[in-house]
Design a binder for this molecule. Sequence first.
Ligand SMILES: CC(C)(COP(=O)([O-])OP(=O)(O)OC[C@H]1O[C@@H](n2cnc3c(N)ncnc32)[C@H](O)[C@@H]1OP(=O)(O)O)[C@@H](O)C(=O)NCCC(=O)NCCSC(=O)C[C@@H](O)C[N+](C)(C)C
Length: 263
Amino acid sequence: MTQSASGRVTREKHGHLFLIGLDRATKRNAFDLDMFNDLFVAYGEFERDSEARVALVFAHGEHFTGGLDLANIGPAFAAGWQPPQDSCDPFGVFGGPRTSKPVIVAAQGYCFTIGIELMLASDVCLCSSNARFAQMEVQRGILPFGGATLRLPKIAGWGNAMRWLLTGDEFDAFEAYRLGLVQEVLASEELMPRALQLAERIAAQAPLGVQATLASARQAVAEGEAAAIASFATQVPALMASEDAAEGVRAMLERRPGNFKGR
Ligand SMILES: CC(C)(COP(=O)([O-])OP(=O)(O)OC[C@H]1O[C@@H](n2cnc3c(N)ncnc32)[C@H](O)[C@@H]1OP(=O)(O)O)[C@@H](O)C(=O)NCCC(=O)NCCSC(=O)C[C@@H](O)C[N+](C)(C)C
């Protein structure tokens, strides 16, 4: 396991998995500027790591995050914060590229504001049954500018999103499931084993196919179906000509799992 420059974000590799851990547990993993920057850097490392196929973001300690450490980070935003060099944007709203590979989030305990927004920008999210969520910016005199206004109405529907965005009230794991924010609710001790299992399952699939699937779905959501359909013209021939597509056919005929290389 390696630590980020500030010691706030751990990185660990398990085969094709890239584990990113929020590590400021004594402060309920509240994001100060160092931690915020380090998360961007960790996503950049994941993106550039040719062996890493899936990232799993989790939190050390009992809570995912208590949100932004406003006193520390507020001035940086007021001064026009810019992403660190060679980083990727975990939220997809702060500038810089997003990672092209899938990200799974496993959350427990408090999962406030930026924690929800990290989930909304990720691909599959799990939480433990003790998780508590709140997008509480309106209680702090600001708005959720980390993606919740863009994405929660899309996944949860207008009224469901406004119920929580306009009050900042807390909601529980089962409401998060109903809203579509998380795909599974688990007992605390099952959270990480299940998240790892799911990450392994995705990592075992053909990487180029996984990334193309993600890119196509993202494009359809952001730019509409016509744009995503137009991209098939380049995506499909490139994938069909890949070594992994040939291996996929061989594996099917030989009735065995594919052994994919990502090329
Ligand atoms: C999370 C919490 C419910 C936990 O309560 P607890 O009783 O279990 O623990 P605690 O004693 O309150 O906290 C433990 C330590 O953790 C610190 N801490 C907890 N949350 C923090 C936070 N958000 N910022 C800084 N420190 C925070 C506490 O100050 C404290 O530090 P200390 O031991 O040195 O006194 C409680 O601490 C709390 O309400 N924290 C504040 C939550 C909050 O207001 N978060 C900011 C919301 S606004 C926000 O996130 C901005 C966001 O919109 C930006 N973006 C759009 C980009 C996402």
